[in-house]
Design a protein around this ligand. Structure first.
Ligand code: GTP
Length: 471
């Protein structure tokens, strides 16, 4: 059952022939595990909108910071031939033609897109649905600021991943997944259980209303709840279902339909460039570290989040653990310049995969767009077709706010896959359905803890069963 790392990576024929490297487990013995300085749980447990932290520096200033090499690269003793970026192309900020949009405005942009309704539900549900939408709270501002810095200095301790058969790995993972989703199961699945136990008749309006309420309050969100319940109700009516057991199975099937999207990670290029984006504190750096442990071939990391020195150190620490070379510059350097160095180094060193970290603490949509645009342009110029994937980390504990972040990042950066993190710290597992339905980007990986083995390829059926399994 489930998807393993082995069938998660889409590789070229040549790579498959050559690579018999361990895909299921970290390739090298990890270094001594470090204790994480701050618990993720400080962040995860709040589940609240994070207060905007005062910024120490303007991102624009960072873009103009003089670019210098610093002795943090671990590639070669001798300097690799990394061409300095053209001053006018990389170091200078590009003139931004987009007019200034503040977060409040961004929120209204997003709320406009949220107004795109799914197909109008029919009957009583449609009426109720329209009432709900009218009563809905105004949309919050999207959360672009970072979480508390002090919490994220060190990666999580390393844990061995089972190296055995895929089946065993998959069974082990399913247990972990179920455990990780236990808070979500206990809250909304418990309520759904109680409701389904009373189900007798698909024409019972109160029953559907109850299901709808449970899903909406579990962060599945209004549009996705509307779609799910309307489809379920329709099928239950058509098939004249009167059994709670059959309805449970149907519920899982309909959830799978929403969640099921192509999730393979394309690493068939040489080098493949993966751009990692997301708001700080969502688990971006930690999950880059975990992902490196599973990637076959030679991997390289780029510390493109230059805003905070600790973010660079954190990535270097992951590099040491996994044996991946790290390309970095000093704090405050232009992240596009780091990306430039990294692509050059990856080509020169014959790396198979390059993962580029980015900062996510930009306070306006315009800043975010300008920075990510620039990084992508620099990468594309050096390696046409790259970046090959743009992966966004979304913290599940932030619920609907995470959904808004996903829409915004997709709009500005063309996200190709989502890594949904911290599912273990929340009862908001239903957010996966909202993201899959509303953002239009596949959830490619999920993380249910701080250990390496807590990151796993996403598989719709497995997830739906782990989430609704107690139904
Ligand atoms: N419980 C739990 N914690 C996680 C998970 N993924 C990451 N974390 C923790 O979340 C915290 C923040 O992760 P980071 O990787 O530092 O976040 P970031 O997005 O890179 O943020 P910056 O370092 O500020 O750039 C760390 O303590 C991680 O160990 C998860 O799936 N579950």
């Amino acid at each position: 059952m489930g998807r393993s790392w082995r069938n998660f990576f889409r590789r070229s024929k040549k790579q498959e022939e050559v690579s018999e490297t361990a895909v299921e487990a970290p390739e090298r013995e990890p270094a001594e595990p470090d204790e994480p300085e701050g618990s993720a749980n400080g962040l995860a447990e709040t589940g609240e909108v994070v207060e905007e932290t005062p910024v120490a520096e303007e991102p624009e200033e960072n873009l103009e910071a003089p670019v210098r090499e610093v002795p943090v690269r671990r590639l070669e003793e001798e300097e690799p031939e990394v061409a300095e970026p053209e001053p006018d192309e990389v170091v200078e900020p590009e003139p931004v033609e987009v007019r200034e949009i503040d977060v409040a405005e961004t929120a209204s942009v997003e709320s406009a897109s949220e107004e795109e309704e799914p197909e109008e539900p029919r009957g009583w549900f449609g009426r109720r649905r329209r009432r709900e939408v009218e009563d809905e709270e105004p949309v919050d501002e999207p959360e672009l600021v970072e979480a508390r810095e002090a919490e994220v200095l060190e990666p999580a301790p390393v844990e061995e991943v089972p190296e055995d058969e895929e089946m065993e790995e998959s069974r082990g993972w399913f247990g972990r997944l179920r455990q990780g989703l236990s808070r979500s199961r206990e809250s909304f699945v418990g309520q759904l259980n109680a409701a389904v136990a009373e189900f007798k008749d698909a024409e019972d309006e109160e029953f559907w209303e109850r299901v709808e309420e449970i899903l909406i309050t579990s962060d599945v969100g209004v549009p996705t709840t509307a779609k799910l319940v309307a489809e379920l109700e329709q099928e239950a009516l058509e098939r004249n279902i009167t059994s709670g057991r059959v309805l449970r199975e149907l519920m899982i099937e309909h959830a799978v339909r929403i969640l099921d999207k192509p999730v393979e990670l394309d690493i068939s290029h040489k080098p493949t460039v993966l751009l990692m984006v997301g708001v700080n504190g969502t688990g971006k750096t930690t999950n880059i570290g975990k992902l490196v442990s599973f990637l076959p071939g030679k991997t390289m990391l780029a510390a493109g989040d230059t805003f905070r020195a600790a973010a660079i150190e954190q990535l270097q620490s992951w590099g040491e653990r996994t044996g991946a070379a790290v390309v970095a510059r000093e704090r405050g350097a232009d992240s596009a310049a780091v990306a430039h160095d990294a692509v050059e180094a990856a080509k020169a060193e014959g790396a198979d995969v390059l993962l580029i970290d980015t900062a996510g603490r930009l306070h306006t949509k315009m800043n975010l767009m300008a920075e990510l645009d620039k990084v992508k342009r620099v990468i594309e110029r050096q390696l046409p077709g790259a970046p090959h994937e743009v992966l966004l980390t979304v913290d599940a504990t932030t619920g609907q706010n995470g959904l808004r972040q996903a829409k915004l990042f997709h709009e500005v950066a063309g996200v190709t896959g989502i890594i949904l993190t911290k599912l273990d710290g929340t009862a908001k597992g239903g957010i996966a359905l909202a993201i899959a339905n509303e953002v239009g980007v596949p959830i490619k990986m999920i993380s249910v803890g701080e250990q390496i083995g807590d990151l796993h390829p996403f598989e719709a059926r497995e997830f739906a069963q782990a989430l609704f399994g107690d139904l």
